[in-house]
Design a protein around this ligand. Structure first.
Ligand SMILES: [Zn+2]
Length: 202
């Protein structure tokens, strides 16, 4: 049996989206099923406990589907001896435009290529992490790469793999409907859904 077939079989058994790839939903279902079988039937959000207060404040701005994944990444990193916090979550289009202006019409260096409506942050499915050592925030550290690997392993997309502005602190959760879409196509659909009130993730 190929690994994709094995994953598909597990997904089918656990009643999650079947695509042959172990993404966040599968990972959560496996966790709920295997690690804590007594809590089967509960949502991933109920299974994964809260993390630090600063992270929780940002996590609260994310879509319900993205919240447990963000928490799980904080916990997974901690298990690897890396302290991270979620330092950015949802941004409004206006906030995104402010950020886009930086290094263009406003002082500072360019930090994003995305104007309002063109970032996954505008839809509650993206978050940025900060690596900490005690109280000290590290804007650069080799640890970001290690966290990137953990995130990829959970089915998140990682900004460290981007070609234009490499963004190691950035993670995003691709909705199942966006499988196989380009980033551009997905963002167009996200804007459309946001403007007409269609749920972004479902
Ligand atoms: Zn980001």
């Amino acid at each position: 049996m190929k690994i994709e077939d094995a994953i598909s079989a597990v997904q089918k058994e656990l009643g999650v989206y079947v695509d042959g790839r172990a993404g966040p939903e599968t990972w959560g279902a496996i966790y709920a099923h295997v690690v804590k079988s007594e809590i089967r039937g509960h949502t991933l959000a109920e299974v994964i406990g809260a993390v630090d207060a600063r992270s929780e404040e940002r996590i609260a701005t994310l879509l319900p589907e993205a919240q447990p994944i963000a928490r799980a990444l904080v916990q997974k990193a901690a298990l690897s001896g890396i302290e991270i916090k979620i330092i950015s979550g949802l941004r409004t289009y206006d906030e995104q435009n402010e950020l886009y202006a930086q290094g263009r019409t406003k002082p500072g260096i360019k930090v994003t290529n995305a104007r309002g409506g063109y970032s996954n942050h505008n839809f509650g499915i993206a978050f940025d992490v900060g690596v900490f050592e005690g109280k000290k925030y590290l804007s650069e550290s080799v640890k970001y790469k290690a966290v990137g690997v953990l995130g990829l392993d959970m089915g998140l997309e990682w900004g460290g793999n981007w070609k234009t502005i490499v963004d190691q602190p950035h993670f995003q959760l691709r909705p199942a409907w966006a499988e196989g879409m380009s980033e551009k196509e997905m963002l167009a659909e996200l804007r459309e859904r946001a403007s007409n009130g269609t749920p972004v993730y479902a």
